[in-house]
Ligand binder design. Structure first.
Ligand SMILES: O=C(O)CCC(=O)C(=O)O
Ligand SMILES: [Fe+2]
Length: 207
């Protein structure tokens, strides 16, 4: 079954990206998809997940002082991943139609933050390449409490906190990749998310 993102929802998202550059959504991914994603994560956590690296190519390195999550990339061949990727594809098409963003592809990984893990303040657009345009973070944590930590904090250009997001099951955050530094505060409980990025192709670079 492929779930549909409504035109009204796409309008709301496009307006928010123009007005503020970010939006938090709680009702875009159906529960059955979230539950399937969480189940898959839990089954694969001890098998497929690898320590996350920072940077790209030869500069890529594991730096546990900056981030200490473990990740596994989504794969279009997998039917659970494909449900999520198909919703992201509808977002891509809907935003390109409304905002001419030139979004070209989408890459995403599951991330597990074990107790004590964090990701210090950073910007997602990779150094020397501006092709990450729109960041997405989807949370898969049922029964998350305030005292569990692991908040995603989004900052503005002047380093003021704009939003402190509790990583609750079903919340999707979208923000412009180059504009918003953000961090994952240390978590006290195992914290599951899917981070993803819409990119423009190098040929479109500089629109
Ligand atoms: O899991 C999150 O809240 C955000 C992760 C993040 O910022 C990233 O992977 O770039
Ligand atoms: Fe990030």
């Amino acid at each position: 079954m492929v779930s549909q993102v409504s035109e009204a929802m796409l309008d709301v998202i496009a307006d928010a990206l123009v007005d503020k550059g970010y939006i938090l959504l709680s009702d875009i991914i159906p529960d059955y998809v979230s539950l399937a994603l969480l189940e898959k994560m839990q089954v694969e956590q001890n098998i497929k997940f690898k320590k996350a690296a920072i940077g790209r190519g030869v500069e890529q390195q594991i730096n546990a002082n900056i981030r200490s999550d473990k990740i596994s990339w989504l794969d279009n061949q997998d039917h659970t991943d494909r449900e999520y990727l198909s919703i992201m594809d509808q977002l891509k098409e809907g935003l390109n139609r409304r905002l001419f963003m030139g979004l070209f592809d989408f890459e995403s990984h599951y991330a597990v933050y074990e107790p004590g893990a964090f990701y210090k303040k950073h910007v997602d657009a990779l150094h020397g390449s501006q092709n990450r345009i729109l960041s997405t973070v989807f949370f898969l944590n049922p029964d998350w409490q305030e005292c569990d930590g692991g908040e995603l904090v989004i900052y503005d250009e002047r380093d003021q906190a704009l939003a402190v997001v509790s990583p609750k099951m079903g919340t999707l955050v979208l923000f412009l990749s180059e504009r918003f530094p953000h961090e994952v505060c240390p978590t006290f409980k195992t914290r599951n998310s899917i981070a993803g990025w819409f990119r423009v192709s190098n040929a479109n670079h500089g629109f």
